[in-house]
Design a protein around this ligand. Structure first.
Ligand SMILES: [Fe+2]
Length: 393
């Protein structure tokens, strides 16, 4: 069944070693002023110097801004205020998901009035217009897929903390540039956490109640690419070919999450990240196995109608399990094989406990209350979300 769906892509995707410096492939104008939003680790690295020189040779004056950690409203407003007084032609973000989200929000805020918090979902009372400065996203980690999504996530930490998005279909970066040579120095712990984020996004969107033939196609390619490369990459971190495979899977995860939605892992990772210092990838990674173990139990206990969201999710998980095993398994054995792989990753890559980040039993009710099942194929009740969080305390 094809059904009724829409699917939004970037206008341009560039992939390949060294593509960062191949400016003519992704900058649509010759000369002007660029706002470069990045992390200190890129700016202070020889690649950062080389990149700014290359932009200069190409006729661009560069104004650089660095972002530390997940972007706050203050970070976005500070950079926006500086750029509003200057005629800026293009914004380029080079960095992890936080840097890309900051760049996306700045490109959206420069042409409009107000503060970014005015436009955040569930926080502000203004609707994004879609106006923006042309924006190019160049990831240096393989995780969030922000280079493909239409939202920039902005956080405030603490008891009244939040993690909310400024969102509009026009905010999908005009170009995404995947250069695996930028990612080869990403350390093991970060590679594992970012990888678990990308895999969660692929799996949640694959089994989502909003999945479409287009999202299934990309999610399947991303999932199978991921399972054949990830363990090899964790043992050979500087391998550019393996990095390129995970980078593409991560990019697909951004497209599929933006178009098919996510599930309960991200439904809880959001509030966890707002209330504590747990990095997003670690939050997803730690919940992944138990979330899908509980999902499968719920579907098995309740039974599933063929063709319904739960039945389709069961079929898809079984198909993925057979792919992992390399031979056709029964639906039950296929699902169990998938869970076995997730459990193995949990142990092998030492996914953290929530208590490692100061999370306690008294935080369970508040976090579950702020969480949700999103488009998970079976809804998790408040008590079931508490049970899931408790598994990882
Ligand atoms: Fe994520």
């Amino acid at each position: 069944m094809v059904g009724n769906f829409s699917f939004a892509f970037n206008k341009l995707l560039i992939s390949g070693a060294g593509s960062l410096f191949d400016l003519k492939r992704y900058i649509p104008m010759a000369g002007g002023r660029v706002g470069l939003i990045t992390a200190p680790s890129f700016l202070n690295h020889e690649n950062g110097t080389k990149y700014i020189n290359r932009l200069k040779e190409y006729g661009f004056e560069t104004l650089s801004f660095t972002v530390h950690g997940e972007p706050t409203p203050e970070t976005v407003n500070r950079i926006t205020d500086e750029l509003k007084n200057i005629e800026i032609d293009i914004i380029i973000a080079v960095g992890g998901g936080s840097v890309l989200d900051a760049g996306k929000a700045v490109s959206a805020m420069v042409p409009v009035d107000g503060r970014v918090e005015d436009y955040l979902e569930g926080i502000g009372d203004r609707s994004p217009t879609g106006a923006k400065i042309p924006f190019i996203a160049i990831p240096t980690t393989s995780g969030t897929g922000s280079e493909a999504t239409m939202n920039g996530v902005i956080s405030r930490k603490g008891p009244s903390g939040f993690k909310k998005s400024i969102r509009h279909p026009n905010y999908i970066p005009d170009a995404a540039v995947l250069d695996p040579t930028l990612i080869t120095s990403c350390p093991a712990t970060l590679t594992a956490a970012c990888g678990m984020d990308a895999f969660s996004q692929l799996l949640e969107s694959f089994v989502s109640s909003k999945a479409s033939p287009a999202s299934d196609l990309l999610a399947w390619d991303g999932l199978t690419r991921f399972v054949s490369s990830f363990d090899l990459l964790m043992g050979d971190l500087e391998n550019p070919e393996l990095r390129a495979g995970i980078s593409l899977a991560s990019y697909y995860s951004g497209l599929t999450l933006a178009n098919a939605g996510l599930g309960v892992v991200h439904g809880l990772a959001g509030p966890l990240g707002g209330f504590s210092e747990i990095p997003h990838g670690a939050a997803c990674g730690t919940l992944l196995y138990d979330a899908f173990r509980m999902t499968l139990n719920k579907i098995r206990v309740a039974g599933s109608e063929r063709g319904g969201a739960a039945g389709q999710a069961l079929d898809k998980m079984a198909r993925l399990g057979s792919h992992i095993e390399g031979r056709i398994l029964s639906p039950g054995d296929g699902c169990d094989r998938l869970l076995e792989m997730l459990k193995g990753w949990n142990e092998k890559y030492k996914m953290p406990r929530l208590s490692d980040y100061g999370f306690t039993g008294s935080d369970l009710d508040k976090t579950a209350g702020a969480g949700g099942s999103k488009n998970h194929p079976v809804a998790f009740s408040h008590e079931e979300m508490i049970e899931l969080l408790q598994c990882r305390l």
